[in-house]
Each structure stands twice: as C-alpha cells, then as structure tokens.
Design a protein around this ligand. Structure first.
Ligand SMILES: Cc1ncc(COP(=O)(O)O)c(C=O)c1O
Length: 404
C-alpha cells in the first residue's frame, strides 16, 4: 500500500446520498467488474424504454407510421451527445451492424486487401475475412505488440498498406487488450495514401469526451457500453463523400433518401432503445456529470489495477503489470499468473468459473498466447469491488495456476 495509485477514491454516491449502484438494477449477489462487455442500463432508462414499448403496443399503426420521424429526432440527440453533425450520423443496432454496413456498401475490386491489427475485435476481423473471400483478396494483419506506442502502431499498421489496400479497419479502444490506438495519426496517414479508414470505436462513447475523431471516413460506436443506453443502440458516422456510398444493411422504405435519412426507416423493428438512449445520457449528466464519470472511473480503474496487480505479484512472484502503451479511461489490463487463459477456450472457462464460484463478473482475455484480466470501472463500482477480487479471486487463481 505504498504506491500513490493505491489511494482509493471515495465511493460514488447519488445526489440523495445513497450508493450509486441504486441507480442501476444489478444483482447485489454479484460483483460487477465487466461493464466493458455488455454495459448496464440505469433504472430510469429501463423504465422509459418499457413505457415506450407499452405505447408501441397500444396502437402499433400509429407507432410505426411515426417511427421514421422519431428515429430522426433520436438521431439528433445522439449526435449531440457524440458531438458530431446529425447529418453525418445514422443509427444502427450495434457496432457489428455498423461495421457490416460499411463492408457491404463499399466495392472491393478483385484481389482487394483489408488492413487491420492483431488487436482487432474477432467478429470485425471475421467480417473482413468474408469480404476478402468474396473478392478473392486477403486481410493483412499488422502485428502490434501490447506495449507499442502511438508512433509504432502507426508505422506497423501503415506498413501493411499497399496499392491493393481498399480499407483500413482500426480499433479506437481495443477489446482484449484495453488500450487505445492513435486513430487521428492513422487517419492522416491513410488519407495521404488515399485509403478509406473504418474506425471501430465500440468502446469510445462516454469514455472519451470527443469520441468521434475529426477525419473523413467511417466510425462506429456503441452507445450501450460506457454511455449506458439501452442495448441495441449504436451509431455509424460517415463524412464527406464517404457517406454517399452507404446503404442500410437491411433494405426498407428509406431507399429514396440519402444517408443518413435512408437509415431512419427500419421497417417493423423495435427501436425503443434508440428513443430511450437520451434518458441515460441526461440522467448521468444530471446526477453525476459525464466529466465526473470519466474522472471517477479512471481513478477507480487505476486503483483496482494497482491493487489486484500487487495481489497477483505477491501471490505468484510474477510481474502482473501489463504495459498497454496507451491506456484509456475505465478499462484496465492485469497479467494473469503464467499458464492461465492462454487460449480463448480457457479464458472463457476461467471467466465462467470466477462468476459461478466467486460471484464476480469479469472479462478474461487472451492476447499473443498470454492470459489477462480486464477490469472495468463505472459509476456504480466502488473500491470494495476490487478489494474483494484481490482477496477472494487472486489466491484462488494463483492456486489454479500452480496446480494445473
Ligand atoms: C472493439 C469492439 N468492437 C466491436 C464490438 C461488437 O459490439 P456489438 O456486439 O455491440 O456489436 C465489441 C464488443 O465488445 C468490441 O469490444
């Protein structure tokens, strides 16, 4: 307990003085350290969405006749939250849908190549491989070390680009390795080479004050992660000439319009999550402030990382620190004891075991054949959550590694 990062922040309280977790409906029998994967929706936004669903079923005819206009209005509110022009933003149900929309809208010449990095999200990478299979091309993966700095990331990614590169796909904040990438620098380098860039900003909304970088190209982001919107709320941002080629993934009645109005028409889909998203944004701003979220979650994540890392090192004698080069906001990585979670199958099994046996929700990730614990911090977390992980889970995981 000597490092300054081991100073625990005061637990966050509601304006009424109650523990902040009372604004959520998370089960109290578990500790929730994995907001990063699936988010968690504040009680007030859940209630709003339920009211909207009830209204939809009171008169479906009226609801669906007015749905496109309602989507257009929600789009304006979401654009304001993301600090982008509403004419550059379409709503989609998740980051995956946004990425698939771009993959399906662009033309890929025979033999075209897509460049990405070894930190790419698995499903996004698989989508790129499918595009490559269809056009007889290939995916080039820049091998980026965990601790690479901005300059190294930029060099390694751009070194994979050539005359056949039709698209660069890059994470803004990575999933398995909880780090950020220098997207502005890569956007500038890609523009200089005339290559379109798709930024996977799934984790950026809420985490970054300005989540959508200033560049001409494509950006997708989930509002249902840190920003706490009801699930199924994501944005696809496209600027300049790049937006002209975008068609919705699912054809509907928006076809006479251009982007983004063409995306406002989604047929008979339930878009109540989009309409209730603003309730989450407003409630968090009113009760805690988004700046308050960003500073509290970063401080708490620092504390959790230092505490749990020190506990692992004390239990195993191994260095548990994971230098991720460009750490970011509320996500942190801690190296697991040697031999644990070295494959995706093992990481899933260990995560499930920690949940079932120890009642703690975490993300266990594998990168480059090594296993990591990824912790998240949100307003509803408190220092005791990480202390409990250090006390309960660390000795058990160290024992597991020793006895395997
Ligand atoms: C970096 C990244 N990209 C894309 C996704 C996909 O998000 P969704 O499942 O909401 O489409 C995730 C999900 O965690 C992610 O971490």
């Amino acid at each position: 307990m000597t490092s300054p990062s081991l100073t625990a922040p005061h637990p966050m309280l509601t304006p009424e003085g109650k523990p902040s977790i009372t604004d959520w409906t998370l089960t109290p029998t578990k500790i929730h350290l994995n907001h990063g994967s699936y988010g968690s929706v504040p009680r007030i936004a859940q209630q709003h969405q339920l009211e909207l669903k009830a209204r939809m079923d009171e008169n479906p005819c009226i609801w669906f006749m007015g749905q496109a206009a309602a989507v257009g209005a929600a789009r304006v509110g979401i654009a304001e939250f993301l600090k982008v022009d509403a004419d550059d933003l379409a709503l989609v149900h998740n980051a995956s849908a946004g990425v698939s929309t771009v993959y399906n809208s662009l033309s890929f010449a025979p033999g075209a190549e897509i460049v990405t990095s070894s930190h790419a999200y698995g499903a996004v990478l698989e989508g790129a491989r499918r595009v490559a299979r269809r056009c007889g091309g290939s995916v080039r993966i820049a091998d980026v070390p965990l601790n690479a700095d901005a300059e190294a990331v930029c060099e390694l990614v751009m070194a994979e680009a050539n005359d056949r590169t039709a698209l660069i796909v890059l994470d803004q904040i990575t999933s398995a390795t909880a780090r950020s990438f220098p997207v502005e620098a890569i956007a500038a380098a890609a523009k200089a080479r005339g290559i379109p860039l798709l930024v996977d900003g799934a984790h950026a909304p809420g985490v970054l004050e300005f989540p959508v970088p200033e560049f001409d190209g494509y950006w997708v982001g989930n509002l249902h992660k840190a920003a706490c919107a009801p699930r199924g709320t994501a944005a696809l941002v496209a600027r300049g000439a790049f937006k002209e080629v975008l068609d919705p993934l699912i054809d509907s009645w928006g076809f006479p319009h251009s982007f983004p109005e063409s995306f406002d028409h989604v047929g008979t889909q339930d878009i109540t999550s989009w309409l209730a998203a603003g309730t989450s944004f407003e409630a968090i701003e009113r009760r805690y402030g988004w700046d308050g979220f960003r500073s509290y979650s970063a401080e708490l994540a620092d504390y959790g990382q230092a505490l749990i890392g020190a506990a692992f090192t004390a239990a195993t004698g191994e260095d548990a620190t994971a230098d991720v080069g460009m750490p970011v906001g509320p996500l942190r990585l801690i190296r697991l004891p040697r031999g644990l979670a070295t494959t995706h199958e093992d990481s899933h099994a260990i995560r499930a075991w920690i949940s079932d046996e120890l009642d703690i929700e975490t993300a266990i990730t594998t990168f480059d054949g090594e296993g990591f614990l990824r912790i998240s911090a949100h307003l509803y977390n408190s220092p005791s959550d990480y202390e409990e992980f250090a006390e309960k889970a660390v000795p058990q995981l160290a024992h597991l590694a020793r006895t395997r």
